[in-house]
Design a protein around this ligand. Structure first.
Ligand code: ZN
Length: 341
């Protein structure tokens, strides 16, 4: 089969021929139809310090996918050949206290497809049946391929009660934009999204009913009067990994405000803890998706009118993946989806 692998410890990915994966008794084999390119895949492409430390050379990468079950192990129950599906890319252990308590997303032994184990940038993917998420007819393969990052957005957005709240999202990448759409869908009063990249803010306004603010040009406080805001934002979602953005968020939050953090600041960043203490702010780190509650909620919202399709702005055949990656690396893009046929 065709696959995209990290053949050499340097910048890039290479198309390779690999054997179709063999499945164990509790696995399924998935014919991959569409895959999304993630920021993580760009780190792997760029072969930065994190990637060089984490990803074994030779690995088939990719973790955002939709496809169809074409083979099943002898012990698999409740699934059928021909079932369209996406799936949770975090392969969890079953032995930890967290797993045994049903908090699968907090299992410390988690391995990621396309990061630690063979990934989805391939014609076929082996996946434990446990990880399969069947897709209803209402969710096509293209949306199926971005459920992983949409799940990050949903997990972050549902971290706190948003009904009637003023929300600030820092970072208008695809996940920030989708989180904004989710926040509006569940009843946030207003969502302000910030970035310093005009193209991303423009895309945010096309995808979701949000107030985009370019913080390189505009003082965030200047939007307060038109939104009838007096004190500041009730809930923040940090999606940029930029420590100035986090500083700004702490500054603009109300007393008792809440922050969900998905953005990953590089290295250690200075934090003014005294302001966090005196404003009685709650901060929650968000990792992955709740398995499988986030998937359940996400599919329910998509079936109930949540629309994030416009965040996908480029579609390429898998054999022109280089163009897809270059588009992502330009920094201007929304989601890029590769078609595996
Ligand atoms: Zn991803």
């Amino acid at each position: 089969m065709k696959a995209l692998a990290k053949v050499k410890p340097e910048v890039g990915l290479w198309q390779v021929e690999r054997a179709v994966p063999e499945i164990g008794p509790e696995d399924v084999l998935i014919k991959v139809r569409k895959t999304g390119i993630c920021g993580t895949d760009i780190h792997i492409w760029n072969w930065d310090d994190w990637a060089a430390r984490t990803v074994p050379v030779g690995l088939v990468t990719g973790h955002e996918f939709a496809g169809e079950i074409v083979a099943m192990g002898a012990l698999v129950e409740g699934l059928e050949i021909g079932q369209r599906c996406s799936g949770e890319g975090h392969l969890i252990g079953k032995l930890s206290r967290q797993s045994r308590a049903g908090k699968f997303h907090l299992d410390p032994a988690t391995r990621g497809i396309g990061v630690n184990d063979q990934g989805a940038f391939a014609e076929y993917l082996r996946l434990p049946a446990f990880n399969v998420v069947p897709l209803p007819d209402s969710i096509d393969d293209e949306i199926g391929a971005i459920l992983d990052p949409l799940g990050n957005a949903v997990h972050t957005a549902l971290s706190f009660d948003l009904v009637g709240e003023y929300m600030l999202i820092t970072g208008a990448g695809p996940i920030g934009i989708m989180a904004a759409a989710v926040a509006r869908h569940v009843g946030a009063r207003h969502v302000v999204i910030t970035d310093v990249n005009p193209a991303r803010l423009e895309l945010a306004a096309q995808v979701a009913d949000v107030v985009p603010v370019n913080v390189a040009e505009t003082d965030l406080r200047s939007v307060y009067p038109s939104l009838k805001m007096s004190q500041g934002f009730d809930v923040g979602m940090e999606m940029s990994g930029n420590h100035q953005a986090l500083d700004q968020m702490v500054d603009k939050l109300v007393m008792g405000g809440r922050i969900a953090m998905l953005g990953i600041p590089p290295g250690k960043s200075p934090v003014d803890w005294s302001r966090i203490v005196f404003k009685a702010i709650t901060i929650k780190g968000v990792y992955g998706r709740e398995i499988f509650e986030t998937w359940y909620k996400m599919i329910a919202m998509l079936e109930n009118g949540l629309d994030v399709r416009r965040v996908i702005i480029h579609r390429f055949r898998a054999d022109v993946f280089v163009t897809g990656f270059e588009t992502m690396r330009s920094g201007l893009s929304g989601k890029v989806v590769l078609d595996w046929g």
